[in-house]
Design a protein around this ligand. Structure first.
Ligand code: FUB
Length: 365
């Protein structure tokens, strides 16, 4: 049996096991792989998951993913086919051990201001309260970022009545520095609407993809320090500058390196590593700076393209080693139905990250 056909058979069996439909063909990945060709295997198979934000709390690993569901909307450049409605948290005692899928932690129907599209979330903890940060579209079709709280990292989370004041766009990632200050990084172009919020106000008629100014600095992700209660921005969000090796901002036309979505921040040996997805070129890349606000200098790739259109990640230290959580479309073969994975991440002696190939063998013909 050809590898592609074997993949389809596997997918059909797995899809039946997942109790989900996978028959949409317009967004099927062109090349399917046999299971051993993937560097790592899905963490869970009973639901579809993506955009994993991992944290280590009290020695346990908690993963806050998007919960992908099949829906009627055709795939487009604005991600209209990502029709997620709720969040479920994953937990594990150790990497490689059993993964628990928690019950619904937050449902869009319980968020008064939100209408649809519960996209990539993140979480934080302070003084025994857990905070779930999530983007969703409001009734005007504008992405806003909400926050919900719980005393349990698995939820259920109780949402605040309104989105975070001054929030817009998608993909919140909250980083807490050694001095206890927390910062939210956020933003995404195209469907993430950053280009429709260039002045901090939503312009429904703004550009659809990016600013279309290839020779100008690329649109920058945003960062804002959080208030002490973790519920609001303590300051207006500011652009995160990402510079090339000559100290010049990356340009809009530099699709292999410029910011698209999926911010993450971690600290390694005293330096701040800002990482993100390049979207339409499908890389996870990183840039290093001396402050949580940047500027950050582009350094290279973390992960080569996975199967599926999107790529989104988190980086955490567990048991003295560093781990990359990411997602691909191994189980379904469709971009809208993804599955989260984990693999070890390695640094070279100079602090650069060794690029990871998500496959163990070269691409099938
Ligand atoms: O999962 C929906 C969106 O796709 C996320 O918010 C983006 O980062 C991309 O993964």
């Amino acid at each position: 049996m050809k590898r592609w056909a074997a993949g389809v058979l596997t997918i059909t069996v797995l899809a039946a096991a997942c109790g989900q439909q996978t028959q949409k063909s317009e967004d099927a990945s062109p090349v399917r792989r046999a299971a051993p060709d993937y560097l790592s295997q899905p963490l869970v198979r009973e639901i579809y998951t993506a955009d994993p934000s991992a944290h280590v709390w009290n020695g346990k690993i908690y993963v806050y993913p998007s919960h992908d569901v099949d829906g009627p909307t055709k795939q487009d450049d604005l991600g209209s086919h990502f029709e997620m409605r709720d969040y479920r948290v994953l937990s594990m005692d150790k990497i490689g051990g059993p993964v628990r899928v928690g019950p619904v932690a937050l449902d869009v129907k319980d968020v008064g201001w939100a209408d649809k599209q519960m996209w990539a979330p993140d979480a934080a903890v302070k003084n025994g309260t857990y905070y779930l940060y999530f983007p969703a579209k409001d009734r005007d079709g504008a992405f806003r970022i909400g926050v919900a709280t719980s005393r349990n990292p698995m939820g259920p989370f109780k949402p605040q009545p309104a989105p975070i004041k001054g929030s817009y766009s998608i993909d919140p990632a909250v980083f807490t520095d050694d001095d206890g200050s927390s910062y939210m990084y956020f933003g995404g172009i195209w469907g993430g609407q950053l280009q429709r919020n260039v002045n901090g106000r939503f312009d429904p008629n703004g550009s659809k993809t990016d600013l279309g100014q290839d020779d100008k600095p690329a649109l920058a992700p945003r960062v804002a320090r959080m208030t002490g209660d973790m519920l609001e921005f303590a300051e207006p969000p500011r652009p995160v500058q990402i510079l090339d090796e000559k100290g010049m901002p990356l340009l809009g036309g530099d699709h292999d390196r410029r910011f698209f979505e999926a911010s993450w921040m971690h600290k390694y040996k005293g330096k701040y590593y800002f990482s993100y997805s390049t979207g339409d070129t499908h890389y996870l890349v990183y840039a290093i700076g001396e402050s949580p606000y940047g500027p950050f200098t582009y350094k290279g790739r973390i992960l080569e393209p996975v199967e599926g259109w999107t790529t989104h990640h988190s980086i955490v230290r567990w048991n003295g080693r560093w781990w990359l959580f990411y997602a691909d479309s191994q189980l379904s073969g469709q971009t809208r139905l993804r599955n989260v994975k984990v693999t070890e991440l390695h640094y070279a002696a100079d602090g650069t990250i060794r690029t990871i190939n998500p496959f163990t063998s070269p691409k099938a013909p």
